[in-house]
Design a protein around this ligand. Structure first.
Ligand code: ATP
Length: 658
């Protein structure tokens, strides 16, 4: 397929903000795309060059693009810069220059979709010496052959800035529109422009044709009057509406599995309810295939080549992450039971980060919730996973928690996030921030996709599959509970251990990738943050000996007295520690050993897990696990929180969590 077809579609997409119109435009393109280009066209329309599960990104920075545009057009970089400032978009600059370009040489080729995607994909793998020149020449090769419009979109795609307003929902609906029959009664077929319109419209939103349709029979007539040579699966009830222009299959059996939907253009069921159900069934089928593959290109290709049956055969692939199921927040235990039923499974809510673990033979891959490959950053988890799981092929869902090697206490997420990003000195990081893995679900076992199984059955399989390694690779602690008191006790116990709360799970629920459907709820104590004053600090140890690293926090009494409420040593980035030290040093008013007293000037926003009674501090209260959220530069000491408010929060917390 010529790339110009895709570029033309981009232009049409850019000219409308209406979602439905975008779906129609995309569906039109997909219908005329050959099998060979289908996957690439879909990926390009999503503004990507790899499917969503693949975390490789296009490695073109705007400066390199500026250089490439300049070299290709034979214009000075200064000129390009000026144009860039004027137009605000390098794509528009490339378009303008392509318009002015002198007669093309004979070697100019027509760009194909394959050529564009191939060159852009190649760029991703280029590193090391000469990388810049190689990348430049790959894009330049495309730009030399591009028409002005093509140039604009090649530049934007390479920069990762296509922004067509095309999301997963539009692509899914476009695939359905392009490769499945139109269901009359649920979707309306515009008699003038022949696109699909949802039934609640009175006018076609595209061509403004009137749609004077109320009864289903009128709607069917409208379709039949306007189409010919179509294959139509029609309910026997509408026999009297048949005409000579089309090819009818009369039936009262709308079991979709029985028909090759690829050869049918319209389905005319008995009632609107039936129409709605059929449409929902199709939507769900396509969505489920996508949830398993995370690749609309593959889904479209499967539909086109193998139809309904093909979709049924799609499965999870080890090594390719899926989107994880999300938890719904509930206000209290009563609501939790309402959502997930009685009895339900309750698990410790570990405060770390979500990890998906894939194993195929000896090969292990680890992914974040956003599907980034982090196998290299966590070699110890890969090793433990291998030891704990003997099966050939497995995919697990888990939480990874960082622990303080000295105190054995869980570390806040901010700490462990350093490990996710770190690509060097991995061994040092393993020692500095050791982690534990808590597996809580299983998606795939030796080629079998388990997403549709009940949670309690998946858990049983998980228990059979994982041989726990203490403090290294364990199963999430779980209890099956049926009373509010039992849950309250479990929750209190977990909060006491420094965990975030509980996750409740519906025993008979399937796994719904990427959804917040209430099969899983979170019960956590997340208190409102406080603005507190720093009144003292302590010099750190070891690597932190040059920093003030533990900060004494105070609130105000109604009379303006400062009352201590705890010590905070976490939540700060290295940068913030440095800033804090520098600022507090100038405010020191007294020193005793490692401890300093400071003039009360700095106000910080503090998050915490719980407020407790405490005889240690002058406020009579203490914050459990306080952590810094941010500096409150705009707040003065007079604006900090009062003991009265904190006491009120303490009472509220008792009301919710006993
Ligand atoms: P959300 O994930 O709901 O978008 P969030 O990122 O703030 O919001 P939380 O509010 O902390 O997450 O709650 C859900 C998260 O809890 C899960 O995504 C998972 O990472 C984590 N988690 C910890 N323990 C468990 C467990 N036993 N079962 C499932 N998830 C758990």
């Amino acid at each position: 397929m010529k790339y110009s077809e895709v570029a033309k579609t981009y232009q049409e997409l850019e000219n409308t903000t209406k979602k439905l119109e975008k779906t129609n435009i995309l569906a039109k393109l997909l219908k005329k795309t050959g099998t060979q280009d289908l996957a690439s066209v879909i990926i390009l329309c999503l503004g990507r060059i790899f499917p969503l599960w693949d975390d490789r990104v296009i490695g073109v920075a705007s400066n390199l693009m500026k250089k490439t545009v300049s070299t290709t057009a034979g214009e000075a970089e200064k000129t390009i810069e000026k144009m860039w400032v004027q137009k605000g978009d390098l794509g528009l600059v490339a378009e303008e220059l392509a318009k002015n370009k002198k007669q093309q040489t004979l070697t100019t080729q027509t760009l194909t979709v394959q050529k564009v995607i191939e060159n852009l994909q190649k760029i991703t793998g280029i590193t090391g010496k000469g990388a810049v020149d190689k990348k430049l020449s790959l894009i330049s090769e495309l730009l030399t052959s591009a028409t002005p419009i093509e140039a604009k979109y090649i530049v934007r795609t390479a920069l990762g800035e296509l922004r067509m307003g095309v999301g997963e929902a539009q692509v899914r609906d476009a695939i359905i529109q392009a490769f499945f029959p139109t269901i009359v009664g649920h979707q309306l077929f515009c008699p003038r422009c022949k696109t699909i319109i949802p039934r609640n419209h009175k006018k076609c939103p595209l061509c403004q044709a009137e749609l004077p349709v109320k009864k289903l029979e009128q709607e069917i007539k409208l379709v039949l009057d306007n189409v010919q040579k179509q294959k139509i699966l029609m309910h026997k009830k509408w026999k009297h509406l048949k005409n000579q222009k089309n090819d009818f299959i009369m039936t009262d059996d709308f079991n979709l599995e029985k028909h090759d939907l690829r050869t049918i253009n319209f389905i005319i069921p008995e009632t609107r309810e039936q129409a709605k159900k059929l449409q929902e069934k199709i939507n769900k089928k396509v969505q489920t295939a996508y949830d398993k593959t995370i690749d609309f290109g593959e889904v479209a290709l499967t539909v086109k080549e193998k139809g309904w049956k093909g979709l049924e055969e799609t499965s999870l692939s080890v090594g390719r992450p899926i989107k994880v199921m999300l938890a719904e927040r509930v206000a209290d235990i009563k609501e939790a039971f309402k959502k997930i039923g009685v009895p339900a499974a309750f698990e410790t809510k570990y405060d770390g980060f979500r990890m998906q673990l894939h194993k195929k033979g000896n090969e292990i891959k680890l992914f974040t919730r956003r599907m980034d490959d982090i196998t290299e950053q966590f070699p110890e988890i890969a090793e433990r996973f291998s030891k704990a799981v003997n099966e050939k092929e497995v995919i697990l869902d888990a939480e990874v928690v960082g622990y303080d090697p000295k105190t054995n206490q869980p570390l806040p997420f901010q700490k462990i996030s350093r490990r996710i990003k770190r690509k060097y000195d991995i061994q040092e990081m393993i020692r500095e921030i050791p982690v534990r893995t808590f597996a809580f679900d299983i998606f795939q076992l030796n080629g079998k996709t388990l997403l549709k199984k009940r949670f309690e059955d998946r858990r049983k399989l998980l228990e059979k599959t994982v041989k726990p390694i203490k403090n290294e690779f364990e199963l999430a602690e779980q209890k099956i509970l049926s009373t509010e008191k039992q849950v309250q006790d479990f929750l209190n116990q977990k909060l006491g251990e420094g965990q975030e709360g509980l996750i409740g799970k519906k025993l008979d629920a399937p796994y719904q990738p990427g959804k917040r459907v209430g099969h899983m709820i979170k019960l956590k104590v997340e208190m409102e943050t406080l603005d507190l004053i720093i009144v003292g600090a302590q010099w750190g140890e070891g690597k932190r000996s040059n920093w003030l690293s533990s900060f004494e926090l105070a609130c105000r009494s109604e009379q303006g007295e400062l009352l201590a409420i705890g010590k905070m040593g976490t939540g700060l980035t290295d940068e913030q520690f440095k800033t804090m030290t520098k600022t507090l040093k100038s405010l020191i008013i007294g020193e005793q050993g490692k401890n300093v007293k400071v003039k009360p000037e700095i106000v910080v926003e503090v998050a915490y897990q719980e407020i407790q009674k405490s005889p240690t501090y002058s406020s009579g209260l203490a914050l459990r696990f306080p952590r810094m959220v941010r500096f409150r530069e705009t707040k003065s000491v007079e604006d900090a929180d009062t003991l009265k408010r904190i006491n009120k929060l303490y009472k509220q917390q008792k009301m919710v969590f006993g």
